[in-house]
Design a protein around this ligand. Sequence first.
Ligand code: URP
Ligand code: ZN
Ligand code: ZN
Length: 455
Amino acid sequence: MDLLIKNGTIVTAKESFIADLAVKDGKIVAIGKDLEVEAEKEVDATGKLVLPGAIDAHTHLAMPFGGTVSSDSYLSGTRAAACGGVTTIFDYPVQHKGETILGLVGSKKEILEKEACVDYAFHCCITDLNGGQILDEMEKAVEEGITSFKCFLVYKKENMMVDDATLARLLLRAKELGAMINVHAENPDLIDLNIEKFLSEGKTSAWYHYLSRPEFVEAEADKRAVHLATNLKAPLYLVHMADKEGLEACIKAKEEGNDVFIETCPQYLEFTCDVYKREDGRNFVCSPPMKGQESQDALWTALKAGLIDTIATDHCPFQSYEKDWGKEDFTKIPNGCAGIENMYPYMLDAANSGKLSFERVVELCSTNPAKIFGCKTKGSLAIGKDADIVIYDKDKEFTVSVNNMHSDCDHTIWEGKKLHGYPVQTYLRGSLVYDNGEFVGTPGNGAYIKRSPRK
Ligand code: URP
Ligand code: ZN
Ligand code: ZN
């Protein structure tokens, strides 16, 4: 055996139990009490939780956006991921008009082969059907393991938005191929109307970022996407859900038996729109923005009731000097925040304080994203699965600071957040990549995850 983790509490989405776990050639090969095996390396996990590595199904690494490029490269973003217990990321490369899916993904793969510190997959953002060519190419993409595609219903001026007919075509084609369409739902025309009004009135602070994209602006697009998907009987995954009205519409569709999946992010669970009133409010600017208390309460209620499927980060950081471009005009603030290293610790802290169970956190952060997006070897601690493992100390006190994060970003919206419990080790397919505060992995050791289509 290569690795034997002894006497930890193994947590799956269904149960927790004390056992040993053995690893050979990157795979989990045995789980049981007092395993009688010789291993090259033994780790005593007595009193610790042994968890599957998290899957962050929503990242934007090195992404050209907002007049710049997001400040984590594939290397620094995946390094930070490993240090936060994330062993697989799903990045969102954005197609330029005329570009092919495989051309785009191929260019990203070339970089990740050298830089990835954890495993990776892609949801490809489609911005243009290239006269229908993309609909044909989707079949090949699915064969190559790219089984999900994203549509922005917003970012019209940035040329990233798709119209409703394009969304409908993509939903139908994805259904045919066993693929999934992910949507970022906000209504761009309402946003532009609000922006025009606020700027003409000289209302330029970060607070107006929120007021130009309030609850109903997101809800309209959530409902439109769900309406299309349910009527076309196509699966739909809503990314970064942040508003109560849209959430309720998605839950209703889900309860009526439709394949509607809901993702939310830690920032919407922790912060409300009040952050935009802070002096450093621009650092919290992301889209959709944090919403009011009622929306946050609705997200927690749905999480506890099992009605939200996944937690992901939407990790898309920008440096302070870039955020400062919008000091005098909120429309110039690049949209996005860092979170890749904070997701699992934050959600596990919620379990540690009794808000959710540890099993539910594992389900939200690992098991469900693996299932929904066809990662057969990921998402659980079970024989035959990849040995992506996090050892978690429930008693370790940790305060988030930019100084103890492993991203390249020079600030964090999580600064000062106190967490009870923290990951102490992360293993990627059996190799130690994070050890008590230090990244100890090797860039380039992350592997591409070829995903399976839905049945
Ligand atoms: O503000 C955000 N979320 N930036 C990243 C791009 C996106 O919309 O997901
Ligand atoms: Zn988005
Ligand atoms: Zn995003």
